[in-house]
Design a protein around this ligand. Structure first.
Ligand code: FPP
Length: 206
């Protein structure tokens, strides 16, 4: 995407509602589910729901920037998503890669810092490369941290961190009595990621 085609932050023409700045959440987590159901309701293949989700995501990021949300996490592919059909997994891998490539300049121009949250095992190398490239491209931005959760699973993250801590205990490098919330958090995938204050499922499920 060349700079000539970059969209302004108010590209939808919609204005975000007025918020008391003291009530703006520090970190919003967004599970982009309901895509398949959205498509089914319209008699379309499931993948059309994901495709429509790309513009919806850009709209949400623009709105979050206008409101002044400092941290936004979007769940693009969870570790549970490997259980989908091979065809859908293949589509989602390619789609994640394309979305990153298509939107990284746009996000950079809005001052967004892209950060990958997730694990490497099984994830397509080309998707990892795209994530790392988007991280490098936007590393100097400070308006918002956008955590792209790709091959992320909350439980998988905890299990992996427990494994690392257990290894350190076994080799004697840490004393189990000295493990604290803070020292444990250092072993998570994204130790600097703040706790989520508001968690939204776009399908409307609670
Ligand atoms: C879940 O809907 C949605 C996904 C697994 C993919 C969403 C991904 C995007 C919109 C692309 C974003 C890309 C990046 C890099 C952030 P679902 O299939 O679970 O729908 P359902 O709940 O109706 O079954």
């Amino acid at each position: 995407m060349s700079s000539a085609t970059l969209l302004p932050i108010d590209w939808t023409g919609e204005k975000p509602p007025k918020f008391d700045p003291s009530r703006v959440p520090n970190h919003v987590g967004l599970v982009m589910d309901g895509n398949g159901r959205w498509a089914n309701l319209r008699g379309l293949p499931r993948v059309e729901g994901h495709i429509a989700g790309e513009d919806a995501l850009l709209d949400v990021v623009a709105g979050a920037l206008q409101i002044g949300i400092p941290n936004l996490s979007v769940f693009a592919f969870s570790t549970e998503n490997w259980n989908r059909s091979a065809e859908e997994v293949r589509f989602l891998m390619g789609f994640n890669r394309q979305v990153l490539r298509r939107r990284r300049d746009q996000l950079k121009s809005w001052g967004v810092k892209i950060l990958w949250a997730g694990r490497e095992p099984r994830l397509w190398k080309s998707v990892i490369n795209e994530l790392q490239q988007a991280e490098r491209l936007t590393s100097r931005n400070h308006k918002m941290n956008l955590y792209m959760c790709v091959n992320y699973g909350g439980r998988a993250e905890i299990v992996e961190a427990v494994r690392k801590v257990a290894r350190q205990v076994a080799d004697g490098s840490i004393d189990p009595h000295r493990i604290t919330e803070k020292s444990f958090a250092k072993n998570l995938n994204s130790p600097s990621m703040p706790s989520v204050d508001l968690f939204i499922r776009t399908s409307g499920e609670k």
